[in-house]
Design a protein around this ligand. Structure first.
Ligand SMILES: [Zn+2]
Length: 640
């Protein structure tokens, strides 16, 4: 018997000791961070108050109780009973039985109607069929990503169970080290924006936080091959933790699977879906530009298969001595501030990922309240001493003015935006301004992945701000479905027609003008001075967006050194509207630290140009009397 089996036998005995005499425990197993208990008495356990809570407290594990097969009503019969129990207006789309876990996934348009008041309907279902009902929302806008991911994970159920069991054993392995330290190594995004990546390590475990690319600098990847990272082999790390889906944090995660990594990725469910969408697009863009992609779509699927989704606020064991909790970061859908609790109260580190401190139309502001935290790794995108942005209300006024002026010129308005986050924020602003007649109602064309990214937002309304969530869920006034929003799905021909037609707003990727459909729009609209380009997001050093924003009027489309180099003179008006960024500005970053509870002892300023990280680091030191750092890539900090 292996040590893991012995450990499970011990836990089973403990579970039996902690549960009432009349309840039978058939077996226990680990699945990822959860302890799964199989029992013919699953209903009894669910009905009696406190059993699961007591077990979770005594064993200090997340507990999942599942029925043994003999407690399950046969599928056909169960299906009939479930259909009978759920009210018709719930809009049930699909029932999917997973016989190995005893779960039945109920996909419905109105999950609330499936759940019932205080979970009544669900309880009824469970009592009547023995299966454990799990409710899944049908996205209000059809999203091929969400349905592809769901179908793929369903197909790979057996593999996934093997992965989860293996991960569970890894997490619960006995600790061997008698030494005690905590270190952090920076693998990228220090004194630069892009290729975010860090290694958090103890004598027991190693965690990789983020693994992104650097926009505008093809080929500059995180330092993965150093001894602190993967030099000891792809499985020398225990887990990957992803703060959010943007490619400068996620693009290179699939490459780990190409190297042979087969461990877990922890992130939120919306980040998992967005990550898949953006990584596949990343491969697509590379192929279109004639570059060799760093990995294949198979590795994107591998990454999805190995992802263990976490909800905000759930404390989760991810290694023998490390617990992870994710909190809302306010930056994009599913973005998280990642808090690591190391050892039994030994040390606490929080990674901000990218944050937005204030509430926006789309999301609540970033969480900065933790049980404990000694060190904060803080993004510094707008950390420079002059990086104060106007507040969003002012920005919206400027945007409306720019749109009204451009419309008077009968021109088109071209807005490059990240597909995820800024686009949805802008759609909300434009929808309201048109509804209130503050700007003329005209078509808003969505090009690139913006519509699909928007559909993913509507599949996860619980991650959005409450007022918006309610509009999407209950009021039949989903702002994203307003009729002026039109998808560009007819390729170059449709773009030409739009460019030749009446004034319109075009919202398109990529946000930093580094490729994608915005390049076609530049060709079509760039030479006409009646048209206007409006920047609403951060333009990194080295990107075409930054060059245009700075006033360069001779630009090069495509790879400037390659055979596809194409120069053009840019005559369209160029405007920048601050304040729509998904990032906290300098004031927001300072306030995040100032109001953080508890105040950290050390702050590492990363993910910003050198001057920004430097200036933010000195300001935090001077204002709040804390130890601050402006690290370079490949520095290692010892915290304990
Ligand atoms: Zn980001």
């Amino acid at each position: 018997m292996s040590t893991a089996d012995e450990a499970l036998e011990k836990i089973k005995a403990q579970v039996e000791a902690e549960t009432p005499e009349d309840i039978t425990i058939s077996s226990v197993t680990f699945e990822g961070p959860e302890l799964v208990i199989y029992t013919p008495d699953a209903r009894e356990i669910a009905n009696r108050d406190g059993i699961v809570r007591n077990l979770a407290q005594t064993l200090r594990k997340r507990i999942n109780v599942r029925p043994t097969p003999d407690a399950l009503v046969p599928q056909a019969e169960a299906e009939a009973r479930i259909q009978e129990t759920i009210p018709e207006d719930a809009g049930v789309q699909n029932l999917d039985f997973d016989s190995t876990t005893g779960e039945v996934f109920i996909e419905a348009e109105k999950p609330g109607r499936v759940i019932g008041r205080h979970g009544e309907t669900l309880d009824q279902i469970a009592a009547s069929v023995g299966w454990t009902p799990e409710v899944v929302r049908t996205p209000p806008m059809e999203s091929s990503t969400v349905s592809n991911v769901r179908n793929f994970l369903k197909q790979e159920r057996d593999d996934r169970r093997d992965i989860l069991e293996r991960v569970g054993r890894q997490i619960n392995r006995p600790m061997t080290a008698d030494d005690d330290w905590v270190r952090l190594t920076t693998l990228g995004c220090c004194r630069e924006v892009g290729r975010a990546s860090f290694i958090l390590s103890t004598p027991e475990s190693r965690i990789l936080v983020d693994c992104g690319d650097k926009p505008g600098a093809k080929g500059e990847v995180p330092y993965l091959q150093v001894p602190e990272a993967l030099a000891a082999g792809p499985n020398s790390i225990d887990a990957v933790v992803l703060t959010h889906a943007h490619l400068d944090h996620s693009a290179l995660i699939p490459i780990l699977f190409k190297y042979g990594y087969d461990g877990p990725i922890y992130t939120t469910a919306p980040t998992r879906d967005l990550m898949g969408l953006l990584q596949l697009d990343y491969l697509d863009v590379a192929a279109k530009e004639g570059r060799a992609p760093p990995y294949e779509s198979q590795q994107v699927r591998d990454a999805l298969k190995h992802t263990i989704p976490l909800d905000f606020g759930n404390v989760t064991d991810i290694a023998p001595d490390i617990k992870l909790t994710m909190h809302n970061a306010g930056h994009i859908l599913g973005s998280a501030v990642c808090h690591f609790h190391i050892g039994e109260g030994r040390y606490n580190v929080a990674f901000s990922g990218d944050i937005h401190y204030k509430d926006t139309r789309l999301l609540d502001g970033a969480v900065n309240d933790f049980p404990r935290v000694e060190t904060l790794i803080l993004e510094s995108t707008y950390g420079g001493k002059n990086d104060y942005q106007t507040d969003q209300a002012d920005s919206e006024r400027v945007l409306k003015r720019v749109i009204n002026e451009a419309q008077e010129e009968e021109g088109h308005i071209l807005i490059p935006a990240f597909a995820v986050g800024r686009s949805q924020e802008l759609m909300l602003v434009l929808e309201e301004a048109m509804r209130k007649d503050e700007i003329p109602t005209m078509p808003v064309y969505l090009d690139g992945m913006i519509r699909e990214a928007t559909a993913i937002h509507t599949a996860y309304p619980e991650y959005l701000r409450e007022s918006l969530r309610n509009r999407i869920l209950y009021d039949d006034e989903n702002p994203f479905l307003a009729e002026q929003f039109q998808q560009v799905d007819g390729g170059e021909e449709m773009r030409q027609d739009i460019a030749d037609g009446d004034p319109a707003i075009i919202l398109t990727t990529s946000g930093m003008v580094t490729g994608g459909p915005v390049m076609s729009w530049l060709r079509l609209l760039g030479s006409d001075p009646d048209n206007t380009m409006v920047f609403v997001g951060y333009q990194a050093e080295g990107t075409l967006g930054r060059q245009i924003q700075r006033g360069q009027d001779e630009i090069s489309l495509g790879d400037s050194s390659g055979p596809r180099a194409e120069r053009m003179s840019l005559n369209m008006a160029v405007e920048t509207v601050d304040g729509f960024s998904g990032h906290a500005d300098r004031q927001g970053l300072e306030t995040f630290v100032e109001t953080m509870h508890p105040r950290p002892e050390k702050v590492l300023c990363v993910h910003g140009d050198e001057s920004s990280t430097n200036q933010l680091s000195s300001a935090l030191y001077q204002n709040f009397n804390m130890r601050t750092f402006n690290p370079k890539n490949l520095e290692t900090f010892r915290f304990v």
